[in-house]
Design a protein around this ligand. Structure first.
Ligand code: IVH
Length: 679
């Protein structure tokens, strides 16, 4: 490849990756699958390695290349990061409105109303259009340098389309869904879990190794900007401008009517469970930016905006008992049984305490009165023990000496936080392994809920995940599933048998092997027997897999029970779809453009298919394109192909070129559409 060609392809790839980042992280509507994205990314990394002269600081690859720091450098903020004063009630809010109107000497003030994000405030400075420095709030004057960490956040633009020095302010948060996933992973790895998404976001951003931050799925929502040269007249324009620059921004309304603002407050409070991140109130800001300067600050707080917090959703109740749940890796999780309390419409009778360190941290005893809160209206947790309410009858909580399910031995390994049941044939572990394997992101068997699995297990029909694939409607029926439902579940099981290699690996439940690591393995060790027989050194060679993980994988496949289980799954009809089926196909390495509508494939289907077959889909016709698939009513791409003398083929010709039948091709992309709408 010449330098000229590399430059063109690199630019094309950067543009594509930016486009897909934006679709996925800002617009929430991904167009391509994760593996297609990974392929684009990998190609770019390799080309940039080969042609270092083509480096630019805003390349998407810069999101992952930050070095491990020894400590956090201090950064002086470009502008002081002020805070917001709080109000709790409508009356207090009206006072703010009155005060502001009076201070400005006007009759009526226009406000914007935005959600108040419950995350970490960050300042990001752009110079010459490039992200230069990012820092945490610190004391408002000086914060910690988290530039490399912030660069890993995919919805933070690495460049903006203006050259002036700009400070963008916003909040780093973790979506609740990602927080739950992260905690599940940490729990199974015996690491302490985070109490709420805010703490998880903080812990993830303040990492000396940015590669850890990059795995944590943080998001940034931009709500304010300042500059000495770039002027915007209104707060609403600030948000619109940030949005045009491709930041994620809050939804907002503009209003000068306090009653309308109150209505918005109540509406957004109701909406909390449906918002993917935690918010703890609304922020009301004077819309006219000139007024911001006039009103200025008092102490740490600006006078042009106010935070109107939601009433804390907490209740006091009593811990009746502690029960212990046993996870798929044997981790013992203490759960508090409560005297039921209603918090915002839901009755809470149990909360997870995550681990025994958390019990120690809270200083909790059985019989204690506690404050229970729901983070973002969703996840309940104990925020405080009311020690002053004790009457001496409270009982200390002990770590169980044996497994509450199988009576097996309990151990705490090394410096792990978790205590584990170490009996490999513990019933609780077996059940949890099955539940894990059939869940989303693994076999994804819809309808086969926990209760049914437990029944099937007790009846002896399902002892491990492989047995699930030999279930028939009759057994489901005998387990108490209604006829119609049994058929549905049966169908779902049949569908799940065709599974992508990486999901299959994830489903095995190997300790420390989540989706990301499974993907690395799926690309490297094909077919499954290669993985079963993998040598430890081979695992250690893989970038992204450390000592502990490599040893865990190696050990897993040395256990003949695990290997037997894999064979049994295959015998029961599980068919793994390997990423290589693609690579050796006649489409492999080809760059293809599609134009017009096809008879057998939707646009997304054909893109998935070509990528699965190892080809690349290009949006534009250029001399690099190998051929153009032409459907009905083709567009300008067809004319362009003719002009450039690029080969055009029909849909039928494409099918025969793959060497596969239409059914085989359709099977290859089956299930893909689910994955794409998952987000
Ligand atoms: S504007 C001068 N807008 O709440 C303050 N802040 O308690 C400019 N926050 O420090 C900030 N959501 O960290 C603003 N939509 C929003 C916000 C927001 C959350 C945070 C921010 C601020 C804190 C005040």
């Amino acid at each position: 490849m010449t330098l000229e060609e590399a430059k063109k392809r690199i630019e094309e790839l950067r543009e594509l990756i930016r486009y897909h980042d934006y679709k996925y992280y800002v617009l929430n509507s991904p167009e391509i699958s994760d593996s297609e994205y990974d392929n684009l990314f990998r190609e770019l990394v390799e080309l940039e390695k080969k042609f270092p002269e083509l480096f630019t600081p805003d390349s998407p690859t810069q999101r992952v290349s930050g070095k491990v720091a020894e400590g956090f450098r201090e950064i002086k903020h470009l502008f002081t990061m002020y805070s917001l004063a709080n109000v709790q009630t409508y009356e207090e809010f009206l006072e703010f409105v009155k005060r502001t109107t009076k201070n400005l000497g006007v009759d009526n003030v226009e406000f914007t109303v935005e959600p108040k994000f419950d995350g970490l405030a960050v300042e990001i400075i752009y110079r010459d259009g490039i992200l230069d420095v990012a820092s945490t709030r610190g004391d408002g004057e000086v914060g910690e340098d988290v530039t490399n960490n912030v660069k890993t956040i995919r919805n933070v633009p690495l460049s903006i389309p203006i050259k002036e020095e700009i400070a963008v302010y916003g909040e780093v948060v973790m979506h609740r869904e990602d927080f739950i996933k992260l905690n599940e992973e940490r729990e199974s790895e015996g690491e302490p879990v985070f109490a709420n998404p805010r703490n998880a976001a903080a812990g993830s951003l303040r990492q000396l190794d940015p590669s850890i931050t990059s795995k944590r799925k943080l998001r940034f929502y931009a709500y304010y900007l300042r500059s000495n040269t770039f002027n915007v007249e209104k707060q609403s324009e600030i948000i619109e401008t940030l949005s045009i620059w491709k930041f994620s921004t809050p939804k907002y309304i503009v209003s000068s009517n306090p009653e309308e603002i109150y209505l918005y407050y109540t509406q957004i409070e109701k909406e909390r469970p449906n918002i993917p991140y935690d918010i703890d109130g609304i922020v009301v800001k004077v819309n006219n930016v000139e007024y911001h300067r006039i009103l200025g600050e008092v102490g740490r707080d600006v006078r042009w905006a106010i935070a109107w917090k939601f009433k804390p959703e907490q209740k006091v109740t009593k811990v009746k008992n502690i029960i212990v749940q046993v996870g798929r890796t044997g981790v013992l999780t203490p759960v508090a049984e409560l005297e039921p309390v209603e918090i915002k419409g839901a009755t809470i009778s149990r909360v997870s305490l995550h681990n025994y360190d958390e019990i120690k941290r809270l200083g909790l005893k059985i019989g204690d009165k506690v404050v229970v809160e729901r983070s973002g209206d969703v996840i309940p947790y104990i925020s405080k023990v009311l020690i002053e309410e004790r009457d001496g009858t409270e009982i200390d909580i002990e770590v169980p000496k044996s497994c509450p399910v199988c009576s097996g031995k309990v151990e705490k390994l090394g410096d792990e936080v978790a205590y584990r049941c170490i009996n490999a044939s513990c019933k609780a572990q077996a059940l949890e392994r099955i539940k894990y394997a059939i869940s989303k992101g693994k076999f994804d068997i819809v309808g086969l809920g926990d209760e049914i699995v437990e029944k099937l297990f007790d009846l002896g029909y399902v002892k491990d995940i492989a047995d699930v694939f030999s279930l028939d409607a009759r057994k489901l029926f005998l387990a108490g599933v209604g006829e119609k439902n049994a058929l549905k579940i049966y169908e779902s099981i049949q569908k799940s048998k065709l599974i992508d290699y990486d999901k299959f690996i994830t489903a095995l439940g190997i300790r420390y092997v989540g989706e990301q690591t499974a993907k690395l393995l799926a690309h490297k060790f094909i077919p499954i027997d290669r993985l079963i027989n993998v040598r430890l050194e081979e695992l250690l060679e893989i970038k992204g897999i450390g000592d502990v993980v490599a040893n865990s994988i190696y050990k897993f496949f040395r256990d003949e029970n695990n290997v037997k289980l894999i064979r049994k799954m295959l015998e029961n009809g599980v068919k793994i779809i390997y990423p290589t089926e693609e690579k050796e196909s006649p489409i492999s390495g080809k760059t293809i453009v599609v134009t017009g509508s096809l008879k057998n494939f939707s646009r997304q289907d054909i893109i998935n298919l070509i990528t699965k077959l190892g080809g690349k889909v290009s949006e534009t016709v250029s001399s690099k394109v190998d051929f153009v698939i032409v459907g009905e009513s083709p567009g300008s791409k067809y004319t362009k192909a003719k002009e450039l003398g690029i080969k055009t083929i029909s849909e039928e010709e494409f099918i025969s070129l793959t060497g596969k039948t239409l059914t085989e091709l359709l099977n290859m992309i089956k299930g893909k559409s689910d994955e794409l709408t998952l987000f």
